[in-house]
Design a protein around this ligand. Structure first.
Ligand SMILES: Cc1ncc(COP(=O)(O)O)c(C=O)c1O
Length: 385
């Protein structure tokens, strides 16, 4: 056997042993329903929180853009890939987030891999919430800045790290999920903005799961009064239902990204139909703030039925512990016609494998009550009261 394949098989065998191997499963999606292995399942594992990926107005916009501009951008935005729809998308994003400007990237992951190293380098300091998304950790590592992970949502710990290290570095960045992707809780933005100001540190929030869901649809910055967050990044792939990443910030920072963020410079622009779809979806979000409250209302219904802590976003985790047990719980729900994917390390810390429930505006309340009853019976092992 070629040494390369030997290496790959050995790695895979180790992962198999720990039940940590993952592979994509063929899934056909139609609204809140999915088809897997010939079975129709009700899905609670999709980030299309407002179901906009399949909204007729969004689809229509994508088709019109494909007809007018084609399906590919053809080049990086700094070459010839900057088709006219980009300006409209960026204007809408900036308006929604209340910033001077916005900059669209190829994806949310690429955005953080580009933004962070464009702002801080090896002489600088970066503090990251330990449960932040992998792309924040990737951006932090790529930057070469001195990295400290503070305990989850622990402003006191971040404060102590700044007190100890800030003076040694010309610039400092604090980076956190606005809504934590695997836990559904919110970053303590009031506390973080206060320490950012005190130590002259720049605060970046990743609002992948906040836009369209909390703060009247405007995201986590607007969830508890307006927080002063100079770097609001996120993705267009979840509640917006399309694809792409963004940064909303000052005009100066956005201009810097356009000339220094490597994924912006060295990657082809997004396909025009995707940009058009995002514009149409943002339009719907801006015009229907009440509708954006629906996923959170559903998540709260579920959490309340199971006596879990009150949901703060569309995401509700039920922590199981070991990866094997989480997989078994997921399989058990699948038998009942429910798709709830088990989340295992390294996506979550070892010993905290879980079922991650995500709720969308279209999940009927009755189905959520049924789900809660099944989870109570089959996963938590508690009898129905
Ligand atoms: C918090 C967070 N940030 C960033 C991303 C990456 O966004 P994208 O899918 O657009 O790469 C995700 C999820 O995929 C996420 O959950």
């Amino acid at each position: 056997m070629h040494s390369l394949d030997e290496f790959a098989w050995a790695k895979l065998a180790t992962l198999d042993q720990a039940q940590l191997r993952r592979a994509p499963v063929m899934t056909a999606r139609s609204g809140i329903w999915v088809e897997r292995d010939g079975r129709r399942l009700l899905s609670f594992s999709c980030n299309d929180y407002l179901n906009l990926s399949q909204h007729p107005a969004v689809i229509k916009a994508a088709i019109a853009a494909a007809e007018q501009y084609g399906v590919g951008a053809g080049a990086s935005r700094l070459v010839t890939g900057n088709h006219p729809l980009y300006a409209e998308l960026e204007t809408r994003l900036a308006r929604m987030k209340g910033t001077e400007a916005a900059c669209v990237f190829g994806s949310g992951y690429l955005a953080n891999a580009g933004i962070i190293p464009a702002l801080v380098g090896p002489d600088d300091l970066i503090l990251v919430d330990e449960l932040s998304h992998a792309c924040i950790h990737a951006g932090a590592k790529l930057s070469g800045a001195q990295l400290y992970r503070y305990r989850h949502r622990d402003v006191g710990h971040a404060d102590a790290l700044l007190a100890e290290h800030r003076a040694l570095h010309p610039h400092a960045l604090i980076a956190t999920d606005g809504v934590f992707s695997m836990d559904g809780d919110l970053a303590p933005l009031a506390g973080l903005t206060a320490i950012a100001q005190r130590y002259d540190a720049w605060l970046l929030t990743d609002d992948a799961h906040g836009l369209g869901v909390v703060g009247g649809g405007r995201g986590s910055t607007f969830a508890g009064g307006r927080a002063d967050v100079p770097l609001q990044m996120g993705t267009l792939s979840k509640a917006v239902g399309a694809y792409g990443g963004y940064l909303c910030a000052s005009a100066a920072v956005v201009a810097l990204m356009q000339t220094r963020a490597r994924p912006f410079i060295y990657s082809t622009g997004l396909p025009p139909p995707v940009v058009a779809a995002a514009i149409a979806a943002l339009d719907l979000i801006a015009r229907q703030p009440d509708y954006t409250g629906e996923p959170l209302r559903k998540a709260r219904l579920f959490a309340r039925a199971l006596d879990l802590p009150e949901a703060q976003s569309a995401i509700v985790p039920v922590i199981i512990g070991e990866a094997t047990a989480a997989l078994a719980a997921s399989k058990r729900l699948e038998k009942e016609g429910l798709l709830v994917v088990a989340i295992r390390p390294p996506t979550v810390p070892v010993g905290t494998a879980r079922l991650r429930f995500s709720f969308t505006a279209l999940h009927p309340d009755a189905e959520i009550e049924r789900l809660a009853a099944i989870v109570r019976d089959c996963v938590l092992g508690r009898a129905l009261s």
